[in-house]
Design a protein around this ligand. Structure first.
Ligand code: SOE
Length: 370
């Protein structure tokens, strides 16, 4: 494990829990945690049960007793670590977004494919059971022809102008570490889900805004320009002919992590909301008109995605379980020699859409996704 922030904890929890709930051929061994601050890394190792500590990721990657590397550090480090890990023959589980941009991401894809190592990117929301159920309903053709896709990811944690950029957690506001703002951090989730549920995006037109133009940098101590997008909205077209609207901001006062999407088809619609993540809202026009209406499916029954591994019908699970599911799928696929989605190659598609969105916001023109 490289990095011990919020995601380091979410992933560690998943590695520890997965074999308690899933029967798997493999069992993750928490062999080493790597971070620059040795004292904090030791504390993390004690809390979570890692057997050893490294302070240099290159040393970690050289170790013969490490089979898989989990990249949980700021985005600007993903590329070099992933390429070195692939060259060393390690499996790689990389935190989202895959990379700072498409060019870097392409090199990462080439490296893992050349090395033939198992790889996946942690777009965890795919594995919230209600979202996986949405995918099942779409694949069964229940929605019919899709006309519309709309998604939001709204937060409010950067409204204060006193918040510095850079450093633990706040690297997300530092363009040098993050690559972009809400586009790579939040819309990337919405785009990943959308590509999975609704197929390729072909063209986009976007607008972005940076509301607070300068912030003190935690590392330099100086006030520096802010290079990230604080808010981004874009329209797009999908290859299946549907139209979409996406919006993300860290300035929606009152919203902490409101990820929502709605898909409207000729026969049915679905809607999902991260704040109520165990429910899938579904409207089916084929119902008798006198009982037709939006139904709220409580996704807890054993025949619903992943739920047979947990409690009994009616008892729900939460955010952290989406990571457990990704590890379970990764280990199952490893045993079956199958890839785990999204692979680096699949996550590169999200990167391409993000790049097109940022290019469009800059030029003011529609941009085709390469
Ligand atoms: C940002 O606040 C953040 O933590 C993202 O980085 C995560 O990917 C998202 O799932 C929740 O919000």
């Amino acid at each position: 494990m490289i990095g011990y922030g919020f995601m380091g904890r979410a992933h560690s929890n998943a590695y520890k829990r997965v074999n308690d709930f899933f029967d798997l051929e493999y069992r993750p061994v928490l062999q080493a945690i790597c971070a620059r601050d040795e004292a904090k890394a030791k504390q993390f190792a004690d809390n979570w049960g890692y057997a050893s500590v490294e302070t240099d990721w290159r040393k970690l990657i050289e170790r013969k007793d490490i089979d898989a590397v989990d990249i949980c550090v700021p985005n600007n480090l993903h590329h070099d670590i992933a390429i070195a890990a692939a060259k060393a023959g390690k499996m790689i589980l990389c935190e989202k977004p895959l990379s700072m941009n498409t060019a870097e991401g392409q090199e990462m894809v080439d490296a893992v494919e050349k090395a033939g190592v198992a790889n996946t990117v942690w777009y965890n929301y795919r594995r919230v059971p209600a979202v996986t159920l949405a995918k099942q309903l779409i694949d069964e053709g229940r929605l019919g022809r899709i006309f519309h896709y709309r998604a939001n990811f709204l937060q409010d944690w950067t409204i204060s102008a006193d918040l510095p950029q850079g450093g633990a957690g706040l690297w997300r506001i530092d363009v040098k570490a993050a690559g972009s703002g809400v586009t790579g951090d939040l819309l990337a989730h919405c785009i990943d889900t959308a590509l999975w549920l609704n197929g390729p995006i072909t063209s986009v037109t976007a607008m972005t805004e940076t509301f607070i133009k300068e912030r003190k940098h935690t590392e330099s101590g100086k006030v520096e320009p802010v290079g990230i997008d604080d808010a981004c909205a874009f329209l797009c077209r999908f290859a299946n002919g549907s139209l979409a609207i996406f919006e993300s901001t860290r300035y929606a006062r009152g919203h902490k992590a409101l990820y929502t999407f709605e898909i409207n088809g000729a026969d049915a619609s679905i809607a999902w909301d991260l704040h109520d993540l165990h429910r899938l809202n579904y409207f089916d026009h084929r119902d008798d008109s006198i009982v037709r209406g939006w139904r709220s499916i409580h996704v807890t029954d054993g025949d619903m995605p992943y739920m047979g591994h947990w409690w009994v019908p009616g008892l729900q699970i939460g955010y952290e379980h989406s990571f457990v599911h990704q590890v379970a799928d990764f280990l199952q696929n490893l045993a079956a020699k199958r890839p785990t989605s999204p692979t680096f190659r699949q996550a590169l598609e999200t990167q391409k859409v993000c790049d097109a969105v940022l290019a469009s916001a800059k030029s003011g023109q529609w941009v085709n996704v390469k």
